[in-house]
Design a protein around this ligand. Structure first.
Ligand code: CTP
Length: 397
């Protein structure tokens, strides 16, 4: 797969930069061409001579290098490769990428490229857990940047936790996958996400606490495997990922309409937190405080989108997946929900406030299928999404 492929490898400034040397060797062994770029900080950890000797190519270091610019401009350099890889990707490089900064060669190449970008983050565990890095990682994933690692483990700084760069062979595998066609290439999948808003009047509505993060992560993971994704989303606080077809809706009834109008899909994942009820007789005008006293709201049940699609006679996706947000008897309730709604898989999660899952970065999933229950460890929502996307690819064959 790597034979004859061209990789632009950006080496950032971190202790893990020494592993980039091994990565170059592994890539070349497999027949890939590696064009190395060394950041200023990267050059503090590995020498341009070692990088260049292993790559068998000139190392690019300077944005304003006139000789290099005359030979091959930085725009061309960013586009000549089949894939751009950043290893190690430091907190600083991730911040620059997320912020759209282009003040040195590496960041300029990352802004100018039209190719996919795979990053292998490496940093101290506290830097990885810092809200700024969490935010930047979310932005980058949303922008379609591929990640490999970081792994858990002992770190050079003496701490333990996530932040260790993925091993060179893991990076090689991720490069292989990124250059591949993707197991879902040519497949159409539908994802619902976010909360719904059910209007009371033109300015007030009933909503729920869903951020839309899990749904957005699932859509991005499916896109990363090559799928064409229709993303039907309520008013979420997390932005929709790049590279998916976004259909923005507000109410449950609009969500059902959008789902019905979408092209036939081979898999449908219902991650939206759909309101169970809407307000009957919502007012066209803002309801005023007046002498007639407190307003009374009437409710009617919303259509169950997951059940409607699961129970279709024709055009049912081969794989229909629902979520079950529960606060007690998680597996029992999810198993019953799977049978009641007629979907194939239910991903059940405990949304009791003490779990911090609703609106948080992590999720703890029990996957309920016809074959039983599979318990997943507590994972970052992006890891849950990647795991689910891989299972969907496997099931669709
Ligand atoms: N769902 C849907 N349409 C609805 C309600 C829910 O498509 N009107 C989907 C959700 O996207 C999710 C699954 O159904 O995939 C489970 O939703 P949940 O709210 O947990 O279940 P309910 O059917 O509301 O059951 P309960 O009220 O008993 O929790």
């Amino acid at each position: 797969m790597l034979q004859g492929k061209s990789i632009l490898l950006i080496i950032g400034g971190g202790i893990a930069a020494f592993k980039a040397l091994d990565l170059i060797r592994r890539l070349r062994e497999r027949g890939a061409r590696v064009t190395p770029v060394l950041t200023g900080a990267g050059a503090e950890f590995v020498t341009p001579l070692s990088v260049s000797a292993l790559a068998g190519e000139k190392v690019h270091q300077d944005l304003f290098d006139l000789t290099a610019e005359a030979e091959m401009g930085h725009i061309e350099l960013s586009r000549a490769a089949d894939l751009v890889v950043v290893a190690p990707a430091t907190a600083d490089l991730m911040g620059k990428m997320a912020g759209g900064l282009a003040n040195d060669l590496a960041s300029t190449l990352l802004m100018a490229t039209d190719k996919r970008v795979l990053i292998a983050p490496a940093m101290n565990v506290r830097m990885w857990d810092h809200p700024a890095t969490r935010r930047n990682a979310g932005t980058l994933r949303g922008d379609g940047i591929l990640f490999v690692g970081p792994n858990n483990g002992d770190m050079a700084c003496g701490e333990f936790g996530p932040g260790r760069m993925a091993e060179p062979l893991e990076i090689v595998d991720a490069i292989d996958t990124a250059l591949g066609d993707g197991p879902l290439r040519g497949r159409h999948v539908l994802v619902t996400s976010g909360p719904t808003h059910e209007p009371i009047d033109p300015v007030r509505y009933i909503a729920n606490r869903s951020s839309g993060e899990q749904g957005a992560a699932i859509a991005a993971a499916l896109r990363d495997l090559g799928a064409r994704v229709t993303f039907v989303t309520g008013p979420a606080s997390v932005p929709a990922p790049a590279g998916v077809e976004v259909v923005a809706v507000e109410t449950a009834r609009q969500m059902l309409e959008a789902v019905e109008a979408a092209d036939p899909a081979e898999a449908a994942i219902f991650a939206a937190a759909v309101a169970d009820w809407h307000v009957t007789g919502a007012s066209d005008q803002k309801i005023k405080k007046d002498a007639s006293g407190l307003p009374t709201l009437g409710f009617a049940e919303n259509p169950d989108i997951l059940a409607t699609v699961s129970q279709r006679d024709t055009g049912r996706p081969a794989l229909v997946i629902g979520f079950a947000a529960e606060t007690e008897n998680v597996v029992e309730n999810a198993t019953a929900k799977r049978a009641r709604k007629g979907c194939d898989w239910v991903l059940a999660n405990d949304v009791s406030p003490e779990t911090g899952i609703m609106g948080g970065a992590e999720n703890k999933v029990h996957m309920v299928t016809a074959d039983g229950v599979e318990e997943w460890p507590r994972l970052d929502k992006h890891e849950v999404a990647a795991r689910l996307a891989a299972k969907i690819a496997e099931a669709l064959g």
